[in-house]
Structure formats: structure tokens, C-alpha cells
Design a protein around this ligand. Structure first.
Ligand code: HEM
Length: 492
């Protein structure tokens, strides 16, 4: 214990008042249910606000080292850490079983190359192609939802998850074979379920212990299914690429999935003209990056759009104002066009406010590789993990005022300047979310398409709680109740 306290004295970080157990430290607090984990995230984040921005915790120790973790809800600290600390913590090692050295989990030296490789895929020109997929898939989903309108409570997340994953499969992987896709999606869900178990339980992170767990075989089987699925697409596209003799100018206008864009760097189709990365990615690199994008891009957007729809159901005046904006921009049209998206200013504010109050990634973890002294004099020592508590940062009254917990999209319309790092749902700095424009486009398109045809209503009140959501935190923030609402057709 002495060593731990001396580290705290050296770093100047106040220790968390939450109980630390011998050897385990504060790690035992993470072992409860997903709902308990959310409560702890909030409690420690609020404690950090009270204690000046940073609070010290530790998550176990061995003979040699103590796993220190500084928790912060401060915008200036977040800015510094996200700019200076690009390494991930041991938690992302679990992701490496699936994604290997893919962008999201790679060590810093490999990450730089990988980030460069996938950056061109998120150019404005390529995002236009993705928009076509979003518009078509959201219109299809809206039609599929028709029988649910006026028929009681539904889980909006179930529909949105199909929309998001179908869009990801088509625009990112370029695969529209429904049967194969469903198998991939089942394996994907299995993997996520077990990965969360492993991330939240330090014992299960140890391979030798996990081998004894009943989920061991399913875990590796689902990884295998996903790898085979992606490898088959890669091989098919490689063969097609060799057989196709298209000119570069024809190629430019053809919508391509991200997978094809990455592959066309192989030279078969004029890399320069199509704007692809100049380096030839190997099959392993291709597979890893495709899995990263499916993993990082699927669930996050589903969760974010689900929170936004449920908040609209709870706030009829916001919903009607948004609907009126849609009528103003779209007129008689029901289908959304790309040019509409920039005109939907209130839509942007609603989605931002929803992301502020309910950030799908409520904490960002980084590791300090070289001591950092904060302006307050507090030190982040080499080897310390840093948990940027996005949940509490987004609700910190210092930046958002005394009504920080209230849903008010006008905050993002007023010309009031907020600290640029007080709102970071997509992270920030060199390792921020590469897909944020893709995600915003996807969410705006689907919310606009649904709202054009339906009115969202809250579920009949259950219990006496004032809370809209029962929150849980697994790998992401979610509603325990499954994002329930009711739909009513708009007869227009
Ligand atoms: C609402 C939806 C989304 C949210 C809230 C979100 C949030 C985030 C956050 C907070 C990070 C940074 C993590 C860190 O700093 O350690 C991140 C990273 C990342 N995101 Fe997203 N994301 C979303 C959608 C997407 C989409 C649609 C894609 C791709 C199609 C994507 C791809 C990535 C990738 C590849 C990274 C890793 C970047 C790197 O390490 O360089 N995300 N995301």
C-alpha cells in the first residue's frame, strides 16, 4: 500500500474515496453488472469534478507494478491526453484477438501506417457513395416498420441495428448476400457479448483462465466465422478485379465499397485515378481493417440513433420543431437527398445534444508513455492509464451550466462558445474517430427518413421513476430496457 500512496504523493492526484481492496484496488468495483458499472463510472467521474478534474484509482497490482488509472472529467486534461497519449490500454488487447493490428487496437507505430491506409476511404467523394446506401436502406427500413405503427411498444434499436449493419455490410464490406451476411452478423454479436465479459473481468482477460470458461469455444469460433467471411469476399473481389478490364475513367463513377477502395490499391484498377491509398495492403491488413470498421461503425451508430429517437419521443415539442424543419427543407418529398443534410441545422443540434447527454462511448482509455505535468501541477506518470470520463465531461456544469443534465438542443444553435474539448463523443486529436462524418450522415439520414413518416411516442409510463433510460455500460452505453417507444403514422 505504501508504494501506492507514495506514487499518489508524487503525482499529486487526490485518491478516490471509493474503497480499494488489497491487491485488487478499485478493480472489484468493475465486477458488478453492466448497470452497476455505469453507476461507478458516473460516481468516480463526479468525484473527479469535485476534486479539481482528476482522481487517482488503481486496478490491481503484481510484484512489480501497480495498474494505476487516473480518471478525469476535465476538458483541458482530456485535450492534453488525447493529443499526447496515443497508446491504448490493455483493455484493447481483447479487440486484438479479432482485429489484430487494425487501426482501433494497434500499437502506436503500426497504427500510424494503418490510419494512413484507411484515411482516403473517408473522403467526401467516397462518403457520397455511402450516403446512397443510407438513403436506400433507411427507406427500406421505414417500410418494414409500417406494421409496427399504432401497434404498441417496439424496440427501435432492433430496427436501427438492422439498418446500420446492412449499411455497413454494403458500403464498407461490399457484401449483399443476405444468408452469408446473417451468419457474419450472428458471429459478430456472439463475439461482442463475450468480448465484453472479458473486458470487464480482469480474470477472464487471462487466456489460461478463459480457456476454462464455457464461452471459450464460441469466442474463437465466432472469430473464425468472421475471418472466413471477410477472406471469402477478399478472394472473390481479387478474382473479379483480375478478370475485369475496366478503364480508370469508368471506375471513378462507379460506387465502391470501402473494401474495394482498399483493394484497388493493388494496381489492378489504377490507384491514382480512383483516389485509393498508394500502398498495397495484404490480405491480413484488409481483413483487420474491415473488421475494425464493422466493429467500430456498427453498434456505435445504432446506439446513438436509438438514444436520439427515444429522446424525441419524450420531447414532443423538439420532435415537432424538427419535423417542421424537415418539411421546410424537403417540401413534399419523402426521400432524403445528400444536399438536404447540411440544411438540417436543428437536426444536427438534436443529434449533438443527444450525443452529449448519452455518448455511446462514455469513457476513452489511453496510456501515458512519458510523464505529463498538467497546468494544475498534477502529474500523469509514465505507465498510468487515463480514463477520460466522457459521460461526466459532457455533463460537467463548469462547461454546460447548472442545467447540464437537461436535454436542450438549442445549446448547439446558440452562438455561445463551449470549451472545444467539453464535447468529444468522437474523441479528439490524432486518434479520434475516423468515421464521424460517416456516422453523422448515417444518423441524420435515418432519423430524418423515420420522422418524415412516423411520430415517435414514449412507451406507457412504467413505475414511478423520472429517468428516461435505465443505463448500462458494457463495451458501450446502452438502455437496459432496449430503447422502447411507440410509432404513429403521419398521414401526409
Ligand atoms: C455515433 C457513432 C460513433 C461514435 C460515438 C464513435 C466514437 C469513437 C470514439 C470515441 C473513438 C476514439 C477512441 C479513442 O480515442 O480511443 C473512435 C475511434 C474510431 N472509430 Fe468511431 N465512433 C462512431 C462511429 C464510427 C464509424 C461509423 C466508423 C467507421 C465506419 C468508426 C470508426 C472508428 C475507428 C476506425 C476508430 C479508431 C481510430 C484510430 O484509432 O485511429 N467509428 N470512435
Amino acid at each position: 500500500q505504501c508504494r501506492i500512496w507514495s506514487v499518489e504523493r508524487r503525482s499529486g492526484q487526490p485518491a478516490s474515496r471509493h474503497r480499494a481492496l488489497p491487491l485488487l484496488g478499485h478493480a472489484h468495483l468493475l465486477l458488478g453488472s453492466d448497470a452497476d458499472r455505469m453507476k461507478i463510472l458516473e460516481a468516480v467521474g463526479r468525484e473527479a469534478i469535485e476534486k479539481g478534474g482528476v482522481v487517482a484509482t488503481w486496478l490491481g497490482r503484481s510484484f512489480y507494478t501497480t495498474l494505476r488509472c487516473a480518471v478525469t472529467s476535465d476538458a483541458a486534461v482530456a485535450e492534453l491526453v488525447l493529443r499526447r497519449c496515443l497508446a491504448k490500454t490493455a483493455v484493447s488487447d481483447i479487440l486484438r484477438h479479432l482485429c489484430g493490428n487494425g487501426t482501433v487496437s494497434a500499437p502506436v507505430n503500426i497504427w500510424r501506417l494503418r490510419r494512413k491506409l484507411i484515411t482516403p476511404m473517408f473522403s467526401t467523394r467516397h462518403l457520397r457513395n455511402s450516403f446512397a446506401t443510407f438513403a436506400r436502406k433507411s427507406a427500406e427500413m421505414s417500410e418494414r416498420m409500417r406494421p409496427a405503427a399504432g401497434n404498441g411498444v417496439i424496440s427501435i434499436a432492433k430496427y436501427l441495428s438492422t439498418y446500420t449493419l446492412e449499411s455497413v455490410c454494403e458500403s464498407i464490406l461490399g457484401e449483399s448476400n443476405e444468408k452469408k451476411r446473417d451468419e457474419f452478423l450472428c458471429a459478430f454479436e456472439e463475439y461482442c457479448r463475450i468480448a465484453v465479459l472479458r473486458m470487464s473481468n480482469p480474470l477472464l482477460a487471462v487466456e489460461a483462465v478463459f480457456k476454462l470458461h464455457p464461452a471459450f469455444t464460441t469466442y474463437y469460433r465466432s472469430i473464425r466465422i468472421m475471418w472466413d467471411f471477410i477472406d471469402e469476399i477478399i478472394n472473390t473481389k481479387k478474382v473479379l478485379g483480375k478478370n475485369k478490364n475496366v478503364s480508370a475513367s469508368e471506375d471513378i463513377n462507379q460506387p465502391k465499397s470501402f473494401m474495394e477502395l482498399l483493394m484497388c490499391a493493388s494496381g489492378a484498377r489504377g490507384a491514382g485515378a480512383s483516389g485509393c491509398a498508394a500502398r498495397v495492403p495484404s490480405t491480413t491488413e484488409l481483413r483487420e481493417e474491415m473488421l475494425v470498421l464493422a466493429l467500430a461503425g456498427g453498434d456505435t451508430s445504432t446506439v446513438a440513433a436509438s438514444f436520439a429517437c427515444c429522446l424525441l419521443a419524450q420531447q414532443p415539442h423538439v420532435q415537432e420543431r424538427l419535423y417542421n424543419e424537415l418539411l421546410e427543407v424537403l417540401g413534399e418529398r419523402k426521400a432524403i437527398e445528400l444536399e438536404d443534410l447540411t440544411k438540417l441545422k436543428y437536426m444536427e443540434a438534436v443529434i449533438n445534444e443527444s450525443l452529449r447527454l448519452y455518448p455511446p462511448v462514455p469513457s476513452i482509455l489511453r496510456k501515458v508513455l512519458k510523464d505529463i505535468t498538467l497546468p494544475s501541477g498534477v502529474k500523469l506518470l509514465e505507465g498510468t492509464g487515463v480514463c477520460i470520463n466522457v459521460w461526466c465531461l459532457h455533463r460537467n456544469p463548469l462547461y454546460w451550466g447548472p442545467d447540464a443534465d437537461i436535454f436542450n438542443p438549442d445549446r448547439f444553435l446558440d452562438n455561445v462558445k463551449h470549451h472545444p474539448h467539453a464535447f468529444i463523443p468522437f474523441g479528439s486529436g490524432p486518434r479520434n474517430c475516423i468515421g464521424y462524418r460517416y456516422a453523422m450522415m448515417s444518423m441524420k439520414t435515418v432519423v430524418a427518413t423515420l420522422l418524415r413518416s412516423y411520430r415517435f411516442l414514449p412507451p406507457p409510463t412504467s413505475g414511478d421513476t423520472n429517468e428516461i433510460f435505465s443505463l448500462k455500460f458494457d463495451i458501450m452505453l446502452r438502455d437496459l430496457e432496449g430503447f422502447k417507444l411507440q410509432l404513429e403514422s403521419r398521414h401526409v
